[in-house]
Write a protein that binds this ligand. Structure first.
Ligand code: ADP
Ligand code: MG
Length: 719
């Protein structure tokens, strides 16, 4: 038995701090449990009251005559510590601390929270909170509303985990309006012990839960641990979709202008990467959470009597509508969410022709015309959903005088129960369509007010099915020279450097499979000419100064120098403009480098985060990164699969795939490099930031060349 059962399925609950004063949290929680119809036994604990809400009170938890498995504490920090000790002595296996004033206020609050956490750990007691709204289990066998929401949601198959207590009551209110049911509902507050990962695992195993919703402000687990565990939940043997809403979508260091990973990354990129990597479906608003929630909770019985989640096998959608305009909106949205309009087979068209009036559109979107009653919908939907070129349907209904709203809802439900393909409805309106909407909701069929919401939900289902069916590639076998790399890094650290010079940087990258160019440092113009003659003209020259991060900004890069005179002149010119740019900059010399063969310029980078580890970045170089910020992030380890998905997910990917006569770039080689870069970052925690900008990706089969690198060290962080 899971220890969290004491929290969600208790047989006896003590409310410590139950108050006789209505409106006080300690009173309301007690009454909410009582009125919610808890099927177990409830004990108020209050040393000053004889009874609370007519129920006999006990002065101490220890004086309760029977066993107690869950203690709800509504007492301020110093008293909470004592109550926790008492509850543990009483043998409770779960504790929920609702009160605030702990870690979030710091000082003594923090100290008490830590002591409580340790007490619970030692006793093997699970602790929820402090600073939370409580827990709810609407299952008719339990009916526990141990929260300060007066509203007990109806039972359903969605579990909700919230880091914000305040949001919970609003969500419960919205849920009631949308006839939404929950399997479990919990607010986790400060997460002293139980956190979202514990709960995701618990709900994954919970037979009542089909979909998990998560409102999260910050994760505290290591990224790799979280990703591995959640991947198993969203796509393992018993997959359950996880929908998450994360605050702070737009912060993202959006103001930063520079084009390196450190300024492009940020918590936003980090969370987005984590969610993508573990298959969590991110939503933008509470509305969308519900929209997607009803689509993902959508199941129907198979011939074997088992429930099967309705996810489409492909992205070909049939639209059946009684109004042209909304059909067009749905078509547009369908396409913009990654779906496409199905092309019907001849049989389907013939069947549609035999059932629909001459004016009807028999092609997708099928227009059954404004005067359609339920039979036309039934025939049309029946025909398209049978078509093997169709993966699911979107049914749009606008209330017109001939429309039979309820009859149509019944017809849709009948067809849906016979098909494994998802059928998503849009009944446009509020009052006139409500009998149909209610009927669909009661039968678990997703129904929306607007075609765009319906199409978006369908798109989310499709993306989830892609995630479930994703291809797993055999890993690359890469050989790295880890020792040599460590020696290079340690050498720099011993010299007291917080960065790797460009020459060391290139040598380090070579250890992990990067192809670099012959490059040497010249102290004066004569040396530069000698190096250029050795390397072969034309060459590139670059200023070397620890203070100059973006060399071109300082006029510190010149390419295509074709002869000794050009090299000699450029040496002086580069040094002069670097001095002018930053008179305080220490100039160590000028690099002379071979010209890189042509290719598409991309940027690769790493930025390390405490707890989470290295975040890798990929994007097209030049203006694509600077103006369009067309970059993608993934947390290490980046496997071959994630490298491939990462590269394919940038908007400009076409430029690497042979756009308008350009040669196709060596993307496979790039995938290897991403994996190599991930290995490099994981093997060497002293690397704090790394940028390769640009890396030139040559045509297919011809690999790549590093043209510039910048690596920062953080010797003290052993991550
Ligand atoms: P920084 O990014 O510090 O300004 P880079 O070393 O990236 O300096 O050089 C600026 C630009 O010059 C690069 O984006 C690239 O287009 C070009 N470049 C740099 N090195 C080479 C090279 N070896 N061969 C060809 N072009 C180069
Ligand atoms: Mg550069």
């Amino acid at each position: 038995m899971d220890r969290l059962d004491a929290i969600f399925n208790p047989t006896a609950v003590a409310v410590v701090g139950a108050s006789t004063v209505p409106g006080k949290v300690g009173h309301d929680i007690f009454v909410n449990i009582l009125k919610g119809g808890f099927t177990g036994t409830l004990y108020p604990v209050n040393p000053k009251a004889k009874s609370v809400a007519s129920v006999r009170a006990y002065p101490q938890i220890s004086e309760i005559p029977d066993a107690v498995d869950l203690a709800m504490l509504i007492v301020p920090p110093p008293a909470a510590l004592k109550s926790v000790e008492d509850a543990i002595a009483k043998g409770t296996r779960g504790i929920v601390i609702v009160s605030a004033g702990f870690k979030e206020v710091g000082g003594q609050g923090l100290e008490i929270e830590n002591r409580i956490k340790n007490l619970c750990r030692e006793a093997g007691v699970r602790l929820v909170g402090p600073n939370c709204l409580g827990v709810i289990n609407p299952n008719s066998m339990v009916r526990l509303n141990a929260s300060f929401s007066a509203r007990m949601p109806k039972p359903g198959n969605i579990a909700f985990i919230s880091q914000s207590g305040a949001l919970c009551t609003a969500v419960l209110d919205f849920a009631a309006d949308r006839k939404f049911g929950f399997s479990k509902f919990i607010s986790i507050g400060n997460k002293a012990d139980v956190d979202e990962l514990d709960l995701l695992r618990y709900f994954h195993a919970d037979p009542d839960t089909e979909v998990i919703m998560l409102y999260i402000e910050e994760l505290r687990r290591s990224g790799a641990e979280f990703i591995e565990a959640v991947k198993e939940i969203t796509s393992g043997i018993l997959p359950k979709p996880v929908l998450a809403i994360k605050s702070g979508r737009t912060s993202a260091g959006a103001a930063a202008a520079a084009s390196h990973t450190g300024s492009l990354a940020g918590s936003e990129a980090l969370y987005d990467a984590i969610f993508k990597q573990c298959g969590i479906i991110r939503v933008d608003s509470i509305d969308e959470l519900f929209d997607f929630g009803s689509a993902f909770a959508y199941k129907n019985e198979t011939a074997l009597g088992k429930l099967r989640r309705k996810v489409p096998d492909g992205n070909r959608v049939a639209i059946v509508t009684n109004a042209g305009g909304p059909g067009i909106v749905a078509t547009d949205m369908t396409v913009s969410t990654g779906l496409r309009l199905a092309e019907f087979g001849d049989e389907t068209i013939a069947s549609l022709a035999s059932h629909l009036p001459a004016a009807a559109n028999l092609k997708n979107p099928v227009d059954v015309i404004g005067d359609a009653a339920q039979d036309r919908y039934e025939n049309a939907l029946g025909a398209v959903i049978r078509d093997e070129n169709v993966d699911g349907a979107l049914v749009i209904l606008t209330p017109q005088s001939m429309t039979n709203v309820l009859g149509t809802a019944e017809a849709i439900t009948r067809i849906a129960s016979r098909s494994h393909k998802p059928i998503i409805c849009c009944f446009m309106g509020v009052i006139d369509v409500s009998p149909g909407v209610m009927y669909l909701q009661e039968h678990g069929i997703p129904v929306y007010r607007f075609p765009e919401n319906a199409a978006k939900a369908f798109g989310a289902l499709y993306r989830y099915s892609q995630w479930l069916n994703r291809q797993i590639l055999a890993p690359f076998s890469l050989a790295h020279d880890r020792e040599k790399a460590a020696a290079i890094i340690n050498g720099c650290i011993e010299r007291g450097q917080t960065y790797l010079g460009e020459l060391d940087g290139l040598a380090l990258l070579q250890c992990y499979g990067f192809h670099t160019l012959p490059t040497e440092l010249a102290a004066d113009a004569d040396a530069a000419v000698a190096i250029a003659e050795r390397i072969g003209f034309p060459v590139v020259m670059k200023i070397v100064s620890p203070q100059i991060v973006h060399k071109s900004d300082a006029g510190g890069v010149k390419v295509g120098l074709a002869n000794p005179d050009a090299v000699r002149g450029t040496f002086d010119a580069i040094v002069a403009s670097a001095r002018a740019f930053d008179p305080a900059a220490e100039i160590q010399g000028v690099l002379v480098q071979q010209m890189a063969p042509s290719g598409e310029e991309v940027i690769l980078g790493v930025n390390r985060y405490p707890v989470f580890g290295p975040l890798l970045m990929f994007g097209l170089g030049g203006i694509f990164v600077e103006v369009f910020r067309d970059v993608v992030f993934r947390l290490a380890p980046v496997t071959r699969n994630s490298a491939r998905r990462m590269i394919r997910s940038i908007r400009g990917i076409k430029l690497l795939q042979g756009f308008r006569g350009r040669p196709k770039a060596d993307v496979e080689n790039l995938e290897r490099l991403m994996v190599g870069l991930s290995d490099l970052a994981l093997d060497h925690p002293q690397i704090k930031e790394l940028d390769i900008n640009p890396l030139r990706v040559h045509p297919e089969g011809q690999g790549h060349t590093v043209a510039d690198c910048r690596i920062l060290l953080a010797p003290e962080d052993k991550a």
